[in-house]
Design a protein around this ligand. Structure first.
Ligand code: 13P
Length: 285
């Protein structure tokens, strides 16, 4: 497959000071929406697939769809495993041609996280594949936790330096107050923490759980070293809201193309909005 390593996409973003979306692919229509948006906006592209999404679509189908798309585009594209939970999961993707993997051992203690990340980095770098890891934990937006627990789950700047040095990871996902899914209240990002991490760590930083975070906050975080911004829920909501609207307007509808088509268009518009907000429009090379 004619993919580029994700590190290349992030390096250029770092040099020029913009962010690139790590957009989750969950089915054919979401892939089409992301691709269409990136083509229209001339943006480099990071296609992210979680283990759950790969299981849902089937690994060979993911590869087949991405390969088919690559035949018809000149955009720089990375295919990335999102939140890989094990060495085996990462290796399976690398063997199939992925150009980037995330090993997420953030739920483990510091030393175990380092050990698991390092193992993946060694294997991935031997074949030119980028590795993302996570330090700190994104607590769920629905979790009932105290301020102290919230703080404890966030990335410690000094640990981040040690983690990057000892693992050799290419980019680091940080916990600074975002959460996956729908926020209950307003997300509160800890910019002081992000600034401190960015001053000490010299690899590109990654923001997970960006859905529901105001664009102005994401832009501020891009100014503080965030180079990859993960978005999934916002796109799913845009797709599903349109789908519901179309079905409600015409209860007789049964052809999936008639309701998935407009839903896909709604998602495309949302992806374009995010690409422009992150500043990667016009940055394809
Ligand atoms: P959201 O679904 O909250 O946008 O998070 C996406 C994500 O971080 C994927 O890793």
């Amino acid at each position: 497959m004619n993919l580029v390593p994700m590190a290349e996409i992030l390096q250029k973003a770092d040099e020029e000071g913009y962010g690139v979306g790590g957009f989750n692919v969950n089915n054919l229509e979401s892939l089409q929406a992301i691709i269409q948006a990136a083509e229209e906006e001339k943006s480099p592209l990071i296609l992210a697939t979680s283990e759950g999404a790969i299981k849902y679509m089937g690994m060979d189908h993911v590869i087949g769809m991405v390969e088919g798309f690559l035949k018809n585009t000149d955009l720089p594209v990375a295919l990335h495993l999102d939140h890989g939970g094990s060495f085996d999961a990462a290796m399976k993707c690398i063997r199939k041609g992925y150009s980037s993997v995330m090993i997420d051992a953030s739920k483990h203690p510091f030393e175990e996280n380092i050990a698991q990340t390092k193992e993946v980095v060694q294997a991935a770098h031997a074949v030119g594949v980028t590795v993302e890891a996570e330090l700190g934990r994104l607590v769920g937006s629905e979790d009932e936790i105290t301020v102290t627990e919230r703080e404890a789950a966030m990335t410690d700047p000094d640990e981040a330096v040690e983690f990057v040095e000892r693992t050799g990871v290419d980019c680091l996902a940080v916990a600074i107050g975002t959460a996956h899914g729908v926020y209950k209240g307003d997300p509160e990002l800890d910019f002081d923490r992000l600034k401190a991490i960015n001053e000490k760590v010299d690899v590109p930083l990654v923001l997970h759980g960006a859905s529901g975070v105001p664009d102005t906050d994401v832009q501020k975080s891009i100014g503080m070293g965030i180079r990859k911004i993960n978005v999934n829920t916002d796109f799913q909501q845009a797709f599903t809201a349109k789908l519901r609207e179309v079905l409600a307007d015409d209860p007789e509808l049964y052809d999936p193309r008639k309701y998935c088509g407009p839903a896909r268009e709604a998602m495309t518009e949302k992806v374009k909005e995010k690409i422009r907000a992150f500043g990667s429009n016009g940055k394809a090379w």
